[in-house]
Structures are given as structure tokens and as C-alpha cells.
Design a protein around this ligand. Structure first.
Ligand code: NAG
Ligand code: NAG
Ligand code: NAG
Ligand code: NAG
Length: 651
């Protein structure tokens, strides 16, 4: 009875007791989970703010923030929140997750408006998990190839074209050689066979593939030639191949399959008594071994048969014994031009250069205009106006009708439009918009609009009347989703790709999968006369968007402010990682402290713009790290001499 008096719920019927206890528990949780006050700057660090009232809330926080720069993160006492411990420790550093000042954390929560709600760190952006690249193998045996210098060079270039194109479509291209084939336990069984030369190479290819396992086996003249989200390429990218598939129109150009089926097929071929009279692998095995796919939308196979049938000028060369090398040398520029025009066909609406503020920001988009003009150019081709073998109905690039380039004030989600986005740091944007080389707290708070870049860029996509925080997931989606990344290229205004830097140029080529033209074509170097005046396309007519045209002196002034802002960001950034420690320890120059503080204020005032900027910075840094890491891996192979036969210079 005593316990009854103590627990008031026990007077209720049993079911109501449960309901009442649950309600009490929920109320309890709500009370304690919601205890942090809006004055606490960690409030929006810990929770994901959403909706207009939170935007106001967060901005109030900024308004009242006296101790700038950012207050170091302090975990709230854990007893306050029963669920706190896992959520409130910053997630561990992942391998290779930084480059320069950019740091990131890969997580499925990347679409949340604010990275810091996951990483508890203002400088660490949350990116989508890195997508595993399925391997694409090709077999290249330098020993069996032609020996003259010209052919050798052409073959090296072709392998490079092959690697670049597959990489850009989301794969990990791997060149295999005889060592991989010899590594296969079945190699001994093959050695005892008397085979035709073609069949011997075929078997070696398969042995090398079987040694690696599940994946795609492609001839090094089988090139992906389609939009990124083509159904066939999307299927390949999934990396799971339950059946052994060959494609009717590709002959031996491309197979996909998993390890056990590859092994089984090789065993079947070896066991076939008439293997010494067959020339192709798929004829040497029972027909049921392969599932035959009749469609092929994505792969261009420059097989001898295709070359002879489709490109008469190459056919001529290939049929004369003395000119085979010349014919081979035509292939790399031809394939590159096909890859480029396929890309141009995919984006039939053209290229949009994002410039949300029509006024005073022309200097920010100059690199984007430069790149867009190069992309819209026609590539040098030995057979101009030809189509790739898998797309006979293509629209070849002709210089009289260039791809349209527009300067857009808003981001448009059009599937056939390629967007080049340039995201300025809010400090840069403010100094340009207000033509000021120094900013102070008073000025920032009284005179500048918040998150103006984000609000303007998404004003059509999201409509007006939504908070800038609400807009962040859409912008992140446009940068980094499967769909978005294939249709756009983003960079920060302060670190645009520089056309004159070899590294950046190469980075861009690998991103697009073809070598972007970097010279105007009117230098008479093209192999055959090209139709029409070959010129670099002019800059877009509405280069300045809807805004007034800056005079050249205005533009010069603008560039000077931009340069100053860039220097400021370098200065305040280099120290920012250690700045808090330094400030705490009383170290660091006075100026440096002031710079770090000002930057902190600008970033806190423009939370959404800063978030986009950091997201894009980290996104690009990770792309670079991923590719360089892979190149280093490949160099390890080069070092072992495996590729020494075909690679003279380290790529
Ligand atoms: C193929 O091999 C079989 C035995 O392995 C042999 O009898 C036959 O003559 C060979 N055919 C040719 C064309 O070499
Ligand atoms: C753009 O459109 C595609 C398909 O309609 C959609 O999946 C994607 O989420 C959209 N992206 C943005 C940023 O709205
Ligand atoms: C674009 O082409 C021009 C030459 O026409 C070159 O100077 C510039 O570096 C190229 N830019 C990029 C980004 O490729
Ligand atoms: C990535 O991290 C791994 C393990 O931490 C390391 O072996 C590798 O060299 C790193 N790669 C790059 C490109 O930094």
C-alpha cells in the first residue's frame, strides 16, 4: 500500500498506467533535450536548424556573439542529455580526409544543411561517402606489338585516352599485362596448347582478367562514349555482375562477369578439343556460357572492322603496309574529338555560368568563362565532323554553331544544361559588392545583406520566402549528388582551375574524360583542312548577366579588390587552424588576430554562404586527393617495370 501512495499512477487502470508513464518519460526527455538557450552558440551546432524561425534564431545568436571569433566548442554536460555521448563526440578523422586547409568527413548525412551539426567542427565539411569505382581491365602486351616509334607513341596515347575516359565515367581503369596472366593457376594448362596467335592473346587476356576477378574486361580501343547516367554505364558502375555477359555488336571488345564465371569459361575453353582452330574466345566455349546482350548504347569500339567500315581515310592507311603507323596515329585525336563532341551533344542546352549577383562580380567568373569557351570549342580531329562508331546519328561539332554559353543569375536544374558554378567566400563577395578593401564588424552588421549568394543562386529553384538554411541541401545536391555532379563543375572563386597550370589542366581533362582544347585551332596544324573558319568561340554575349557592363577601369578595380580579398583569406586562413590556440596562448600578431576575428564575423554573419563555400572547397580537394592517390598507386606499378614498356614518362 505504501508504494501505491508513492506512485500516483498506480491508482489508474493498468493500460493507462503505461500511457501515463510513457508521457511522463517523453516530457522529461523534451525538457532536458531542449535546455540549451538560444544564447548558446553551440545550439545550432548540435541540432540541425530548419525553417525560418531557426534562421532568425541563429542570426540572433550571431548578433549577440560578443566573443569572436568562433567560440571553441565545449561539450554540454552529458548528464543533461541521456542520448548525448555518441552524438556529441566529433567523429573520428578518416584516412586521407584533408588537403591544404580543406578537411572533410564522409557520411550519409551530407545533405544536412550544416556540416558542423555532424562534425562539431566549423572547418570540416561533410561530403557524401566516396563511391567505390568498379575496376575496368584491359590487356596490353607490349612485347607482341609493333616496334616502330610512331606506333609505340600512338599506342601509349591510346592507352591514356582509354584510362582517362573510363576514369571520368566513374571507373578505375587498370592495364593488365603478361605478369597477371602468368599469375593465374590455369596458365600452365594453356601453355601446353597449340594455338593460333589471336586465340593465344585472347586466352592471355582472359587469364589476366581471371587473375584479377570480378569486373569488366575491355579492349583498349573500347571507350565509354555516352552520357554519365547512360543505363549501360550505370549498370557497370553498380559493380555487380551476376552473369557473364558479352555484347553482340562489340564482338570481343567488352565482357563483364564475376570471378567464378570467368574461371569456368576459361576451363571450358581449354577443355574444348577444337580450340586450336578457333580465333575468338566466345567461339571456343559453349554458347550457353555467355548471356548475349543485343543492345549497346555506351561503348564505342574502334575495332579494325569498325575503322575500315566507318572511316575511309583510316582504312586507306591501314590497308597499306607502310602507312599503318600513320593510321594508328590518327586514332588518339579522333577518339578524343569524339569524346568531346559526345559531351557537347549531351549538354544540348549549352553551358551556364552561374553569376548570382549581376553587378560587380564579373572578375569572379572570368575563369569560368575561359573554361566554358574552351569546352564549347571543336576539338582538333583528323576526320572532322565524323561520329563515333556507336552513335552514327551524332551531331558533330562544327565551329559555325558553337555550344551556347550563357551567364545565368540563378541555378537551373535542366538535365541538358551544364553548369559551371563559382562560389565566392562571403568576405570576397562583400568586398566586391561594396568595393571595400577592409571590412569591420559595424559595417558588416549594418550594411551588408546575409547569405546573398545562396539566396540569389537558388531563388528560382526554391522560390522566395525560404530561409537560406533551407536552400543548402538543394545546393549541396547540385554539387555532389550522382545526378548533379554529372551536370556541373563547381569551384571556389579563390581557387579556380588555372588554364596555365599543367596540374589543373590535367585535373580538368580527367574530370571530363577528354583533353580540353587549349589553343585556338587556326594555326594550320590540323591534319586535313577543316570546314569553316576555326576560331575559338567568342565570350558569351551577355557576359555581364543582366547587370550593367563594367568599364575596363571598373573591372580593373574589381580585380584589385578581389586580389586583396584573396590575400586576406590566405592570411586569416593559414592561421585559423591554430588561431584559437594562439589566441588562447596570447600568441600571434595583433593584425593576424584582427584578421581571424573579422573572418569569423563574416562567416558567422553568412552561415549559408560559408557552408557552401567550404563544401565546394572540400569536394574539390577530395576529387584531387582521390585521383592523385590513384596515380600514385599506378606509379608503384610503373616502378616495378610492368608498364615501363609502354609508358615513357610518368603521367
Ligand atoms: C588440333 O589439335 C588436335 C589434338 O589436340 C589435333 O588432332 C589437330 O590436328 C589440331 N588441328 C590443327 C589444325 O592444328
Ligand atoms: C534536379 O532534377 C533531378 C531530376 O529531376 C532531381 O533528381 C534532382 O534532385 C534535382 N536537383 C536539385 C538540386 O534540385
Ligand atoms: C583555354 O584556352 C586558352 C587558349 O585558347 C588557354 O590560354 C587557357 O589556359 C585555357 N583555359 C582552360 C581552363 O583550359
Ligand atoms: C591514404 O591513406 C592510406 C592509409 O592511411 C595511405 O596508405 C595512403 O598513402 C593515403 N593516400 C594518400 C593519397 O594520401
Amino acid at each position: 500500500m505504501a508504494s501505491r501512495a508513492w506512485n500516483p499512477c498506480s491508482y489508474l487502470p493498468r493500460r493507462l498506467q503505461i500511457v501515463a508513464s510513457l508521457t511522463t518519460f517523453l516530457l522529461f526527455c523534451l525538457l532536458f533535450l531542449g535546455t540549451s538557450s538560444p544564447d548558446d552558440p553551440t545550439t545550432y551546432v548540435n541540432s540541425v536548424p530548419f525553417g525560418p524561425e531557426l534562421r532568425t534564431g541563429a542570426h540572433q545568436v550571431v548578433d549577440r556573439l560578443p566573443a569572436l571569433p568562433k567560440v571553441p566548442y565545449m561539450a554540454p554536460p552529458t548528464w543533461l542529455n541521456p542520448f548525448s555521448s555518441p552524438a556529441h563526440t566529433p567523429p573520428p578523422e578518416q584516412a586521407n580526409s584533408s588537403s591544404g586547409e580543406a578537411r572533410w568527413y564522409a557520411d550519409f548525412k551530407w545533405r544536412n544543411p550544416f556540416s558542423s551539426s555532424t562534425t562539431l567542427d566549423e572547418e570540416r565539411a561533410v561530403l557524401p561517402p566516396l563511391v567505390e569505382r568498379p575496376p575496368v581491365y584491359t590487356y596490353f602486351d607490349a612485347a607482341g606489338r609493333r616496334k616502330d616509334e610512331k606506333s609505340r607513341q600512338a599506342e601509349q596515347d591510346l592507352l591514356q585516352v582509354w584510362r582517362r575516359a573510363w576514369w571520368a565515367q566513374g571507373f578505375k581503369p587498370v592495364v593488365l599485362g603478361k605478369p597477371e596472366a602468368m599469375n593465374n593457376p590455369l596458365y600452365r594448362a594453356v601453355q601446353g596448347l597449340e594455338l593460333e596467335a589471336e586465340m593465344e592473346t585472347e586466352l592471355m587476356r582472359w587469364l589476366a582478367w581471371g587473375n584479377m576477378g570480378t569486373g569488366i574486361l575491355a579492349n583498349w580501343l573500347a571507350i565509354p562514349m555516352a552520357a554519365y547516367d547512360d543505363a549501360m554505364l550505370s549498370f557497370f558502375r553498380r559493380g555487380e555482375y551476376p552473369l557473364l555477359v558479352r555484347y553482340e555488336s562489340l564482338e570481343s571488345g567488352l565482357f563483364v562477369g564475376s570471378k567464378i564465371w570467368i574461371e569456368k569459361a576459361i576451363k571450358e575453353a581449354i577443355a574444348n578439343p577444337s580450340i586450336n582452330t578457333t580465333k575468338t574466345f566466345f567461339e571456343a566455349v559453349p554458347p550457353a556460357t555467355f548471356t548475349v546482350d543485343k543492345s549497346n548504347t555506351a561503348i564505342a569500339f574502334y575495332s579494325t572492322a569498325n575503322l575500315k567500315a566507318k572511316y575511309p581515310s583510316i582504312r586507306e592507311k591501314l590497308s597499306s603496309a607502310t602507312q599503318i603507323a600513320d593510321g594508328l596515329a590518327m586514332l588518339p585525336p579522333l577518339i578524343n574529338a569524339h569524346l568531346h563532341s559526345t559531351w557537347q551533344n549531351t549538354f544540348s542546352t549549352g553551358i551556364a555560368i552561374l553569376k548570382p549577383s549581376p553587378e560587380k562580380t564579373t572578375s569572379l567568373i572570368l575563369p569560368a568563362i575561359d573554361l566554358a569557351r574552351n569546352l564549347s570549342q571543336c576539338a582538333t580531329s583528323p576526320i572532322p565532323a565524323s561520329c563515333p562508331p556507336n552513335r552514327p546519328k551524332c551531331k558533330p561539332c562544327v565551329s559555325s554553331t558553337h555550344m551556347p554559353i550563357t551567364v545565368a543569375t540563378v541555378f537551373r536544374n535542366t538535365s541538358t544544361l551544364f553548369t559551371i558554378g563559382t562560389v565566392p567566400h562571403p568576405y570576397t563577395l562583400i568586398s566586391l559588392l561594396h568595393s571595400r578593401s577592409t571590412l569591420d564588424v559595424k559595417f558588416i552588421r549594418r550594411e551588408t545583406a546575409r547569405d546573398s549568394w545562396t539566396l540569389a543562386a537558388t531563388s528560382e529553384l526554391i522560390g522566395s520566402g525560404q530561409s537560406s538554411f533551407f536552400r543548402l541541401p538543394a545546393l549541396k545536391d547540385a554539387v555532389a549528388s550522382e545526378y548533379g555532379r554529372a551536370r556541373s563543375l563547381w569551384f571556389t572563386a579563390e581557387r579556380p582551375p588555372r588554364g596555365d597550370s599543367e596540374k589543373d589542366a590535367e585535373e580538368l581533362d580527367w574530370h571530363f574524360g577528354f583533353v580540353i582544347p587549349r589553343e585556338p585551332l587556326d594555326d594550320g596544324r590540323s591534319v586535313t583542312p577543316v570546314p569553316g573558319p576555326e576560331r575559338r568561340p567568342p565570350p558569351p554575349k551577355d557576359e555581364f548577366g543582366d547587370g550593367p557592363r563594367p568599364s575596363s577601369s571598373d573591372l580593373k578595380r574589381e580585380i584589385a579588390f578581389f586580389e586583396q580579398a584573396r590575400l586576406f583569406l590566405q592570411r586569416s586562413g593559414r592561421s585559423s587552424s591554430s588561431s584559437l590556440k594562439k589566441l588562447a596562448g596570447g600568441g600571434g600578431g595583433k593584425e593576424e588576430k584582427a584578421a581571424v576575428q573579422t573572418r569569423g564575423i563574416v562567416e558567422a554573419w553568412n552561415l549559408a554562404d560559408t557552408e557552401v563555400w567550404k563544401f565546394v572547397r572540400a569536394w574539390n580537394a577530395r576529387l584531387r586527393v582521390e585521383r592523385r592517390g590513384w596515380e600514385e598507386e599506378e606509379e608503384d606499378f610503373l616502378g616495378k617495370g610492368r608498364f615501363a614498356k609502354w609508358v615513357d614518362r610518368v603521367i
